[in-house]
Structures are given as structure tokens and as C-alpha cells.
Design a protein around this ligand. Structure first.
Ligand SMILES: Nc1ncnc2c1ncn2[C@@H]1O[C@H](COP(=O)(O)OP(=O)(O)O)[C@@H](O)[C@H]1O
Ligand SMILES: [Mg+2]
Length: 338
């Protein structure tokens, strides 16, 4: 007679095989990209989570599509970690529903953890075992693990295999936690403020790694308090503040739609007055400071109009496009401070 664990493993194996076969069929059928990208892997509806009288998450709804890098960005205390932990099944929502790959995280934790990867916070690992031992240990948690040897290579940890976790530098510890998050060949991987405290180079490396993970077919859900990171890295971004979503879309769409201004500046002779530019299409405001004309408004329209003007040259032209930080300012009336 087969014992319960063997049966359970078989069911898990078959479920995976079925999912994989479905993906293959879908790929062979070559369905349109739009439709593919519209497959919803995570659906969050009206999520509420309170800690006593703190409304950490206060009615949040969004969806995450297969194959995207989805980011949640907002200041400290906005509710990012609480949201991600509810989605990972680590916290039970007070109200609302969450579906991840068709599962309810707080009920179907075991099945879910075979399908998702989460990056553990530094300090939650064992200090007195080596990188290799950690990898092997985590590999034993999954019925169909990735090859830990491949992951060690992918994360550039080959030279560190026999080093104790506690002896690793911060950056290497972080890479190890990423390797562990990928151990179960997850369909979705979660990163909570993974680059906080990184220097710019380490941050760029991490961005590249996240892009690679996505390129290999894994959907990425991340949180960050850096607007720059959200803008650079994410396909779609949800800006969260005080437990509520204030905007959600592609960064470029948010920037275009919210009317955040571009700034176009160039030097001119004393004879040219700001009024010359005031009537141009796309212009909101014109200033002249120390012989420099500064025009605020829709950057594309302004540039098209300037180029079409006769007798105007644009020495030392500078164009500052609006960023996600400007979107935040437009939406909340406040400067964004990391
Ligand atoms: N375990 C907890 N107990 C009580 N309050 C908490 C707890 N975790 C978070 N909070 C509070 O909930 C709010 C949201 O926190 P969090 O989800 O950690 O935000 P973020 O990850 O965006 O910084 C904050 O006001 C925070 O102080
Ligand atoms: Mg957090």
C-alpha cells in the first residue's frame, strides 16, 4: 500500500505535468501575445489587513499577469510588506479575497509553496552551515527542485560553496537568498524590498538578475520604496500609500496620463523674450533665467513646436522628462522621499 506522502507527491507531480502540458499546448497554438499577457496569476480584491487599530492595507485590488514584472511602490509603512505577505499566505486577510494560481494563499499554503518562490529576509538563514549545505537543504523541501548546482552558477556563488553563511558579505547573502527563492522552479517569485541598502552597482546587478528571471518565464512580484527602481524595472506599477492604491499602470502611461510636466531648457540671446514661446502648443509656463529659457509642459509637443519655429536655434538644449516621482507629486501634492 502506498503511504500518504507518496500519494501526495504523485498528485503534485501530476498537477505540475498537467500545467506544463497546458503551457506547451498554449505555446504551440501560438495564441496572441496580448491574450497571453492577460492571463491573471494573482487576483487581489478589496484586501484589508489591520493590526489593532492600524489600517495597514485598506481595500486594495489589483491583478498580476503572467510573465510581467509587477511592482508595488510606496513610502515606508505604506502596506507593501503586509500585502505581499497576505499574497504569499503568511498572513490571513481581515477582509477581501486573494487568488494566486487559482489557490487561496492562507488556506492552500502547502500547494502554493510548491509553485512560488519567496526571498527570505537576511538573518532567517542558518549561520553555521555552508552555501552548498544551505542549497542542498532547501532543495530537499521540493518534490521537483531546480538543480542547485545550476543555481549556484547562475548566481555566481561557485567560489563560495564551502563558505559559511555568516562569513558571506551582504551582497553574497542576498544572492544566496535569491538562489533559494528559485529552488522550487517557481512560477511566481516574490521580492520584498530586495535592493534596499544596495549601492548603485549592486542594485543594477539585481535588476539584471530580475530581468533574467522574468526572461526565463517566471512572473515577478516585487516591492520597493524607490520610484526610480519601479520606473526602470517594472512593466506595471502600483503606487500605494497609507494602505490604499493611488495609481496603477505602466510607468510610461502613468507619466503620460497624469500630465506631469517635462522641462525643456536652452540658452538664447538677450533679445528673445519668454512670451515668444508662450503660445506654442503643449506649453504650460515659460521662464527666462540668466539668458536661459525654461519651458514647462508636454515635452513632445514643445519640441515639435520649437523645431518648427523659424530663426530659433537651441544651444545647450536640456530636456528633463517627468518621472514616476513627478507622478507621485502630481497625485499627492507631496514630494516623494525614499
Ligand atoms: N506586525 C505588525 N504589528 C503592528 N503593526 C504593524 C505590523 N507590521 C506592520 N505594521 C504597521 O502596518 C503599516 C504597514 O506596514 P508594512 O506593511 O510593513 O509597510 P511597508 O512594507 O510598505 O513599509 C505600518 O503602519 C506598520 O507600522
Ligand atoms: Mg516593507
Amino acid at each position: 500500500m502506498q503511504d500518504w506522502k507518496t500519494l501526495q507527491e504523485k498528485v503534485e507531480h501530476l498537477t505540475r505535468e498537467l500545467a506544463s502540458a497546458k503551457r506547451t499546448i498554449a505555446t504551440l497554438e501560438g495564441y496572441p501575445k496580448e491574450e497571453k499577457s492577460a492571463r491573471k496569476l494573482i487576483v487581489v480584491k478589496n484586501l484589508h489587513k489591520y493590526y489593532k487599530n492600524v489600517k495597514a492595507v485598506d481595500g486594495v485590488s489589483f491583478e498580476v499577469y503572467e510573465g510581467e514584472i509587477f511592482g508595488m511602490v510606496g513610502p515606508n509603512g505604506a502596506g507593501k510588506t503586509t500585502t505581499i505577505e497576505c499574497i504569499e499566505g503568511l498572513r490571513r486577510p481581515d477582509r477581501g479575497t486573494i487568488s494566486v494560481l487559482g489557490l487561496t494563499p492562507w488556506k492552500d499554503g502547502h500547494a502554493l509553496r510548491q509553485e512560488i518562490g519567496m526571498q527570505l529576509q537576511e538573518g532567517n538563514l542558518f549561520y553555521r552551515i555552508t552555501v552548498k549545505e544551505t542549497m542542498k537543504l532547501y532543495s530537499s523541501f521540493y518534490s521537483q527542485p531546480a538543480s542547485w548546482q545550476d543555481l549556484i552558477k547562475k548566481l555566481g556563488l561557485e567560489d563560495k560553496q564551502n563558505v559559511y553563511y555568516e562569513k558571506l558579505s551582504g551582497g553574497l547573502k542576498q544572492r544566496l537568498t535569491v538562489a533559494l527563492a528559485l529552488m522550487g522552479k517557481p512560477r511566481i517569485v516574490f521580492f520584498d524590498e530586495t535592493t534596499t541598502g544596495f549601492d548603485p552597482q549592486a542594485r543594477r546587478n539585481m535588476w539584471n538578475l530580475i530581468r533574467e528571471i522574468r526572461a526565463e518565464g517566471t512572473t515577478v512580484f516585487l516591492t520597493t520604496h524607490s520610484m526610480e527602481e519601479a520606473q526602470e524595472l517594472c512593466d506595471r506599477v502600483c503606487i500605494i500609500e497609507r494602505g490604499k492604491i493611488v495609481a496603477l499602470d505602466k510607468p510610461v502611461t502613468l507619466i503620460q496620463n497624469l500630465g506631469a510636466e517635462s522641462k525643456v531648457a536652452f540658452n538664447v540671446g538677450q533679445a528673445v523674450e519668454p512670451e515668444t514661446f508662450q503660445h506654442l502648443s503643449g506649453v504650460n509656463k515659460v521662464e527666462k533665467v540668466d539668458g536661459q529659457i525654461i519651458i514647462y509642459g508636454n515635452g513632445k509637443d514643445i519640441m515639435a513646436a520649437l523645431i518648427g519655429m523659424e530663426g530659433i536655434s537651441l544651444p545647450d538644449l536640456e530636456i528633463k522628462q517627468p518621472t514616476l516621482e513627478d507622478v507621485y507629486l502630481t497625485l499627492t501634492g507631496r514630494d516623494y522621499r525614499d
